[in-house]
Design a protein. Structure first.
Length: 286
Protein backbone atom coordinates (compact mmCIF):
# COMPACT_ATOMS: atom_id res chain seq x y z
CA UNK A 1 0.00 0.00 0.00
CA UNK A 2 1.38 3.40 -0.93
CA UNK A 3 1.18 6.07 1.73
CA UNK A 4 2.45 9.58 2.19
CA UNK A 5 4.45 10.09 5.34
CA UNK A 6 3.60 12.93 7.68
CA UNK A 7 6.37 15.52 7.56
CA UNK A 8 8.08 16.23 10.86
CA UNK A 9 8.50 19.99 10.68
CA UNK A 10 11.75 20.98 12.39
CA UNK A 11 11.09 24.69 11.88
CA UNK A 12 7.79 24.44 13.76
CA UNK A 13 9.15 22.37 16.64
CA UNK A 14 12.35 24.42 16.95
CA UNK A 15 10.27 27.62 17.15
CA UNK A 16 8.40 26.17 20.15
CA UNK A 17 11.76 25.41 21.84
CA UNK A 18 13.12 28.88 20.98
CA UNK A 19 9.97 30.58 22.32
CA UNK A 20 10.50 28.79 25.65
CA UNK A 21 14.19 29.78 25.66
CA UNK A 22 13.22 33.41 25.07
CA UNK A 23 10.77 33.27 28.00
CA UNK A 24 13.52 31.82 30.23
CA UNK A 25 16.01 34.48 29.10
CA UNK A 26 13.48 37.21 29.93
CA UNK A 27 12.77 35.82 33.37
CA UNK A 28 16.52 35.50 34.07
CA UNK A 29 16.84 39.13 32.92
CA UNK A 30 14.24 40.14 35.53
CA UNK A 31 16.59 38.63 38.13
CA UNK A 32 19.48 40.67 36.74
CA UNK A 33 21.06 37.68 34.98
CA UNK A 34 22.12 37.96 31.35
CA UNK A 35 22.87 34.93 29.20
CA UNK A 36 26.00 34.89 27.04
CA UNK A 37 27.44 32.42 24.55
CA UNK A 38 31.03 32.72 23.32
CA UNK A 39 31.45 31.37 19.80
CA UNK A 40 34.95 30.61 18.51
CA UNK A 41 35.65 30.15 14.82
CA UNK A 42 39.12 29.44 13.48
CA UNK A 43 39.93 29.97 9.80
CA UNK A 44 37.56 30.66 6.94
CA UNK A 45 35.70 27.40 6.25
CA UNK A 46 32.51 28.67 4.50
CA UNK A 47 30.26 25.99 6.03
CA UNK A 48 31.55 26.87 9.52
CA UNK A 49 30.97 30.55 8.83
CA UNK A 50 27.34 29.81 7.85
CA UNK A 51 26.79 27.69 10.99
CA UNK A 52 28.32 30.37 13.23
CA UNK A 53 26.23 33.12 11.62
CA UNK A 54 23.06 31.05 12.09
CA UNK A 55 23.91 30.42 15.73
CA UNK A 56 24.56 34.12 16.36
CA UNK A 57 21.30 35.07 14.66
CA UNK A 58 19.38 32.53 16.76
CA UNK A 59 21.04 33.88 19.95
CA UNK A 60 20.00 37.41 19.06
CA UNK A 61 16.39 36.40 18.45
CA UNK A 62 16.31 34.60 21.82
CA UNK A 63 17.82 37.53 23.72
CA UNK A 64 21.11 35.67 24.33
CA UNK A 65 24.29 37.74 23.98
CA UNK A 66 26.70 36.12 21.54
CA UNK A 67 30.37 37.05 21.50
CA UNK A 68 32.27 35.97 18.43
CA UNK A 69 35.98 35.17 18.51
CA UNK A 70 37.10 34.83 14.88
CA UNK A 71 40.67 33.58 14.83
CA UNK A 72 43.12 33.45 12.00
CA UNK A 73 43.71 30.12 10.24
CA UNK A 74 47.32 30.18 11.50
CA UNK A 75 46.27 30.37 15.15
CA UNK A 76 48.39 28.02 17.25
CA UNK A 77 47.05 25.38 19.59
CA UNK A 78 48.45 27.35 22.52
CA UNK A 79 46.74 30.59 21.46
CA UNK A 80 43.42 28.78 21.11
CA UNK A 81 43.77 27.07 24.48
CA UNK A 82 44.70 30.38 26.12
CA UNK A 83 41.53 31.98 24.73
CA UNK A 84 39.41 29.10 26.02
CA UNK A 85 41.09 29.38 29.41
CA UNK A 86 40.20 33.10 29.55
CA UNK A 87 36.59 32.34 28.59
CA UNK A 88 36.39 29.53 31.17
CA UNK A 89 37.34 32.10 33.82
CA UNK A 90 35.10 34.90 32.49
CA UNK A 91 32.02 34.98 34.74
CA UNK A 92 30.04 36.87 32.08
CA UNK A 93 30.33 33.94 29.67
CA UNK A 94 27.88 31.08 30.33
CA UNK A 95 28.55 28.87 27.33
CA UNK A 96 31.54 28.26 25.05
CA UNK A 97 31.32 26.76 21.61
CA UNK A 98 34.26 26.11 19.32
CA UNK A 99 33.01 25.51 15.78
CA UNK A 100 34.37 22.27 14.31
CA UNK A 101 36.14 21.17 12.20
CA UNK A 102 39.30 23.05 13.13
CA UNK A 103 42.03 23.75 10.57
CA UNK A 104 44.71 21.08 10.21
CA UNK A 105 47.32 21.16 12.92
CA UNK A 106 44.88 21.97 15.71
CA UNK A 107 43.95 19.15 18.06
CA UNK A 108 40.15 18.99 18.34
CA UNK A 109 40.18 16.51 21.19
CA UNK A 110 42.46 18.75 23.28
CA UNK A 111 40.31 21.77 22.48
CA UNK A 112 37.09 19.98 23.51
CA UNK A 113 38.80 18.79 26.71
CA UNK A 114 39.90 22.33 27.56
CA UNK A 115 36.35 23.76 27.69
CA UNK A 116 35.01 23.79 31.21
CA UNK A 117 32.29 21.07 31.41
CA UNK A 118 29.98 23.66 33.05
CA UNK A 119 30.23 25.83 29.91
CA UNK A 120 30.32 23.00 27.37
CA UNK A 121 26.95 23.74 25.73
CA UNK A 122 27.67 21.36 22.83
CA UNK A 123 27.99 18.54 25.42
CA UNK A 124 31.11 17.21 23.68
CA UNK A 125 33.41 17.15 26.75
CA UNK A 126 34.12 13.63 28.09
CA UNK A 127 32.51 14.60 31.41
CA UNK A 128 29.26 15.52 29.69
CA UNK A 129 29.47 12.51 27.34
CA UNK A 130 29.85 10.39 30.49
CA UNK A 131 26.76 11.98 32.02
CA UNK A 132 24.81 11.13 28.87
CA UNK A 133 26.09 7.55 29.09
CA UNK A 134 24.77 7.14 32.65
CA UNK A 135 21.52 8.88 31.76
CA UNK A 136 21.99 11.77 34.16
CA UNK A 137 22.73 15.05 32.42
CA UNK A 138 22.35 18.82 32.46
CA UNK A 139 23.49 19.44 28.90
CA UNK A 140 21.78 17.56 26.16
CA UNK A 141 23.72 16.53 23.07
CA UNK A 142 22.30 19.12 20.62
CA UNK A 143 21.34 17.07 17.55
CA UNK A 144 20.10 13.91 19.33
CA UNK A 145 18.16 15.92 21.92
CA UNK A 146 16.59 17.94 19.11
CA UNK A 147 15.45 14.66 17.56
CA UNK A 148 13.83 13.42 20.79
CA UNK A 149 12.11 16.79 21.09
CA UNK A 150 10.61 16.29 17.60
CA UNK A 151 9.47 12.75 18.48
CA UNK A 152 7.76 14.12 21.61
CA UNK A 153 6.08 16.94 19.70
CA UNK A 154 4.50 14.45 17.29
CA UNK A 155 3.59 11.98 20.07
CA UNK A 156 5.91 9.26 18.75
CA UNK A 157 6.60 6.71 21.51
CA UNK A 158 10.08 5.20 21.75
CA UNK A 159 9.52 2.63 24.51
CA UNK A 160 9.66 -0.96 23.25
CA UNK A 161 10.24 0.15 19.66
CA UNK A 162 13.06 -1.20 17.50
CA UNK A 163 15.33 1.78 16.92
CA UNK A 164 18.20 1.60 14.44
CA UNK A 165 20.82 4.33 14.33
CA UNK A 166 23.14 4.38 11.31
CA UNK A 167 26.32 6.15 12.37
CA UNK A 168 28.34 6.09 15.59
CA UNK A 169 29.98 9.50 15.79
CA UNK A 170 30.51 11.05 19.21
CA UNK A 171 28.29 13.99 18.31
CA UNK A 172 25.32 12.22 16.73
CA UNK A 173 25.18 8.42 16.52
CA UNK A 174 26.43 7.40 19.96
CA UNK A 175 24.54 9.98 22.06
CA UNK A 176 21.42 9.39 19.91
CA UNK A 177 21.56 5.71 20.79
CA UNK A 178 21.90 6.60 24.50
CA UNK A 179 18.87 8.91 24.47
CA UNK A 180 16.74 6.27 22.73
CA UNK A 181 17.92 3.65 25.22
CA UNK A 182 17.00 5.93 28.12
CA UNK A 183 13.50 6.03 26.65
CA UNK A 184 13.39 2.22 26.66
CA UNK A 185 13.86 1.75 22.94
CA UNK A 186 15.59 -1.44 21.76
CA UNK A 187 18.55 0.12 20.06
CA UNK A 188 20.87 -1.13 17.30
CA UNK A 189 23.85 0.94 16.17
CA UNK A 190 25.16 0.37 12.64
CA UNK A 191 28.39 1.66 11.09
CA UNK A 192 30.67 1.17 8.12
CA UNK A 193 31.67 -2.34 9.20
CA UNK A 194 28.06 -3.52 9.62
CA UNK A 195 27.28 -6.41 7.28
CA UNK A 196 23.86 -6.65 5.64
CA UNK A 197 22.81 -3.21 6.85
CA UNK A 198 19.31 -3.58 5.39
CA UNK A 199 18.62 -6.48 7.81
CA UNK A 200 18.84 -3.98 10.66
CA UNK A 201 17.24 -0.97 9.01
CA UNK A 202 14.24 -2.91 7.71
CA UNK A 203 13.41 -4.03 11.26
CA UNK A 204 13.41 -0.49 12.62
CA UNK A 205 10.24 1.19 13.82
CA UNK A 206 12.38 4.30 14.25
CA UNK A 207 15.28 4.71 11.83
CA UNK A 208 17.88 7.43 12.33
CA UNK A 209 20.33 8.06 9.48
CA UNK A 210 23.50 9.96 10.43
CA UNK A 211 25.94 8.89 7.74
CA UNK A 212 26.73 11.88 5.53
CA UNK A 213 25.98 10.24 2.16
CA UNK A 214 23.19 11.42 -0.16
CA UNK A 215 20.44 8.87 -0.95
CA UNK A 216 22.11 6.30 1.30
CA UNK A 217 18.83 5.04 2.76
CA UNK A 218 16.60 3.73 0.00
CA UNK A 219 12.97 2.64 0.25
CA UNK A 220 13.81 -1.10 0.18
CA UNK A 221 15.79 -0.63 3.42
CA UNK A 222 12.80 0.83 5.30
CA UNK A 223 9.97 -0.94 7.12
CA UNK A 224 6.41 0.00 6.13
CA UNK A 225 5.16 2.68 8.51
CA UNK A 226 8.58 3.42 10.04
CA UNK A 227 9.50 6.81 11.50
CA UNK A 228 12.52 8.02 9.51
CA UNK A 229 14.79 10.75 10.85
CA UNK A 230 17.36 12.11 8.43
CA UNK A 231 20.33 13.80 10.12
CA UNK A 232 22.54 14.02 7.03
CA UNK A 233 23.49 17.35 5.49
CA UNK A 234 24.90 16.75 2.02
CA UNK A 235 24.98 18.22 -1.44
CA UNK A 236 23.63 16.11 -4.28
CA UNK A 237 25.15 15.96 -7.78
CA UNK A 238 23.33 19.22 -8.68
CA UNK A 239 24.74 20.94 -5.61
CA UNK A 240 21.36 20.96 -3.85
CA UNK A 241 21.16 20.42 -0.09
CA UNK A 242 19.94 16.92 0.77
CA UNK A 243 20.00 14.38 3.58
CA UNK A 244 21.01 10.72 3.74
CA UNK A 245 17.55 9.42 2.85
CA UNK A 246 15.98 9.06 -0.60
CA UNK A 247 13.16 11.33 0.52
CA UNK A 248 10.79 10.93 -2.43
CA UNK A 249 10.75 7.13 -2.34
CA UNK A 250 10.99 6.67 1.44
CA UNK A 251 8.19 9.15 2.16
CA UNK A 252 5.84 6.78 0.27
CA UNK A 253 6.62 4.03 2.80
CA UNK A 254 7.30 5.76 6.13
CA UNK A 255 4.66 7.03 8.56
CA UNK A 256 6.72 10.08 9.54
CA UNK A 257 9.81 11.58 7.93
CA UNK A 258 12.04 14.62 8.43
CA UNK A 259 12.91 16.71 5.38
CA UNK A 260 16.34 18.20 4.61
CA UNK A 261 16.47 21.15 4.94
CA UNK A 262 13.85 22.02 7.56
CA UNK A 263 14.07 18.87 9.68
CA UNK A 264 16.80 18.06 12.20
CA UNK A 265 19.01 21.09 11.41
CA UNK A 266 16.89 23.77 13.09
CA UNK A 267 16.51 21.55 16.17
CA UNK A 268 20.26 21.40 16.74
CA UNK A 269 20.49 25.18 17.12
CA UNK A 270 17.39 25.32 19.32
CA UNK A 271 18.95 22.80 21.73
CA UNK A 272 22.17 24.79 21.78
CA UNK A 273 20.20 27.83 22.98
CA UNK A 274 18.41 25.70 25.56
CA UNK A 275 21.76 24.41 26.85
CA UNK A 276 23.12 27.95 27.10
CA UNK A 277 20.18 28.96 29.29
CA UNK A 278 20.65 25.81 31.39
CA UNK A 279 24.33 26.75 31.84
CA UNK A 280 23.37 30.26 32.98
CA UNK A 281 20.84 28.85 35.46
CA UNK A 282 23.30 26.32 36.90
CA UNK A 283 26.06 28.92 37.19
CA UNK A 284 23.65 31.12 39.15
CA UNK A 285 22.55 28.22 41.38
CA UNK A 286 19.03 28.25 39.94
P1 LIG B 1 30.69 11.15 10.85
O1 LIG B 1 31.46 11.46 12.08
O2 LIG B 1 31.36 11.19 9.53
O3 LIG B 1 30.00 9.73 11.05
C1 LIG B 1 29.39 9.06 9.99
C2 LIG B 1 29.00 7.70 10.47
O4 LIG B 1 28.44 7.00 9.36
C3 LIG B 1 30.19 6.85 10.95
O5 LIG B 1 29.89 6.26 12.18
C4 LIG B 1 30.39 5.83 9.84
O6 LIG B 1 30.84 4.57 10.31
C5 LIG B 1 28.98 5.69 9.32
N1 LIG B 1 29.01 5.16 7.96
C6 LIG B 1 29.74 5.60 6.91
N2 LIG B 1 29.54 4.81 5.85
C7 LIG B 1 28.67 3.84 6.23
C8 LIG B 1 28.10 2.73 5.58
N3 LIG B 1 28.38 2.43 4.31
N4 LIG B 1 27.25 1.95 6.28
C9 LIG B 1 26.95 2.23 7.57
N5 LIG B 1 27.47 3.28 8.24
C10 LIG B 1 28.32 4.08 7.57
O7 LIG B 1 29.45 12.14 10.71
P2 LIG B 1 28.52 12.86 11.82
O8 LIG B 1 29.24 14.00 12.38
O9 LIG B 1 27.88 11.87 12.72
O10 LIG B 1 27.40 13.44 10.84
C11 LIG B 1 26.62 12.59 10.00
C12 LIG B 1 25.82 13.45 9.05
O11 LIG B 1 24.95 14.29 9.79
C13 LIG B 1 26.65 14.42 8.20
O12 LIG B 1 26.02 14.60 6.95
C14 LIG B 1 26.60 15.73 8.98
O13 LIG B 1 26.78 16.86 8.15
C15 LIG B 1 25.21 15.66 9.51
N6 LIG B 1 24.98 16.42 10.74
C16 LIG B 1 23.84 17.14 10.78
C17 LIG B 1 23.52 17.84 11.91
C18 LIG B 1 22.24 18.61 11.93
O14 LIG B 1 22.09 19.49 12.74
N7 LIG B 1 21.29 18.27 11.05
C19 LIG B 1 24.35 17.83 13.02
C20 LIG B 1 25.51 17.05 12.97
C21 LIG B 1 25.80 16.33 11.82
P3 LIG B 1 32.32 4.36 10.96
O15 LIG B 1 32.20 4.88 12.36
O16 LIG B 1 32.51 2.90 10.90
O17 LIG B 1 33.26 5.16 10.12
Amino acid sequence: MERTAKIIDGKLVSQAVKDKVREDVLSLGEKGISVCLAVIIVGDNPASRTYVNNKKKACKAAGIISREYALDENTTQQELLELIDRLNKDSEVNGILCQLPLPQGLDEKAVIASISPEKDVDAFHAVNAGHIMIGDYSFLPCTPAGITEMLDYYGIEVASKNCTVIGRSNIVGKPMAMLLLKRNGTVTICHSATKNLADYTSRADILIAAVGKPNFVTADMVKDGAVVIDVGINRNSEGKLCGDVDFDAVSKKASYITPVPGGVGPMTIATLLKNTVTAAKLQNNL
